[in-house]
Design a binder for this molecule. Structure first.
Ligand code: MN
Ligand code: MN
Ligand code: MN
Length: 279
């Protein structure tokens, strides 16, 4: 019998709306026994989540969702079960934060020129209280300064890919992320593999590269897969030496179609990642 688990969710440490404590309590209330908190490019929620998990009597696995680059594409990788104090992972997280900040500064320069305006970066940083404000903060700056009619307008006119203010974040290369996670004693999993718009051929090329650089798992149990996508996931698990992971990608109770721990069954002959984590 398999245990109820969720290896992909977010708290207020990144873009979720529940604090790590609230998230753990909600997971426990849903019968989750094994939980990984996987905030975007930060370890900031893990200590609080660990304490809450002890109180709630559930098992917490260290986690993070890393943005990585593979063949000029931005992909997401979930890392699990690492030592969160190991310098291989803390150094990687520092570099990811620097990449976000570099991107924000360049975005500010581009907007100053394109809108035109002055101090877009400083305004977004002040509004967000962060040194690396993301696009929604720049959109708010544009809106509050009267340069656009709405947040959507800000994205469509300036911030989405192809527009003058769009800047790609210089995230870590996939193979470097996998190496850092392995050095910190963790396992790497390709997150939500069907969400990148890859053809079957391209997905298989990604998985071949991922396996070659030491990747461990594939997130196959995610909500809302079509039957043909489920078949593709099962095929990938058969053809590549990857363990199976899964998670809700829960961000907020407002996403009423998602719940912590509510993920489809793994394919029958899959090797669950928690078996590998325990080993
Ligand atoms: Mn997110
Ligand atoms: Mn993601
Ligand atoms: Mn996520």
């Amino acid at each position: 019998m398999s245990r109820r688990y969720d290896f992909h969710c977010h708290s207020t440490a990144s873009d979720g709306t529940l604090t790590p404590t609230e998230l753990v309590q909600r997971a426990a209330g849903q019968g989750v026994e094994l939980l990984a908190l996987t905030d975007h490019d930060t370890l900031a929620g893990l200590e609080e989540a660990r304490a809450a998990a002890q109180t709630a009597g559930i098992q917490l696995v260290n986690g993070i969702e890393l943005s990585v680059v593979w063949q000029n594409r931005e992909l997401h990788m979930v890392a699990l079960g690492f030592d969160h104090q190991h310098e291989a992972i803390t150094g990687l997280v520092d570099r990811q934060q620097q990449a976000r900040e570099k991107r924000a500064r360049i975005m500010g320069q581009r907007l100053d020129k394109a809108v035109p305006m002055t101090g877009a970066y400083d305004r977004a940083a002040a509004l967000s209280g962060q040194s690396a404000p993301g696009r929604p903060w720049f959109a708010r700056v544009l809106l509050e300064a009267g340069h656009v009619r709405s947040m959507d307008h800000a994205f469509n006119r300036f911030l989405k890919q192809g527009q003058s203010g769009f800047v790609r974040t210089p995230w870590v290369a996939m193979e470097d992320a996998v190496a850092a996670v392995a050095e910190a004693g963790g396992m790497s999993v390709i997150a939500h593999p069907v969400s990148y718009g890859l053809t079957r051929t391209k997905l298989r090329r990604l998985l071949a590269d991922f396996v070659a650089c030491g990747g461990d798992g594939l997130e196959v149990a995610v909500p809302g897969l079509h039957p043909n996508q489920q078949r593709l996931m099962a095929e990938c698990l058969t053809d590549f030496p990857l363990s199976a992971s899964g998670g809700s990608d829960f961000h907020s109770p407002a996403q009423t179609w998602l719940e912590l721990g509510r993920v489809p069954e793994l394919p029958a002959d899959a090797r669950p990642i928690w078996a590998a984590l325990a080993a």
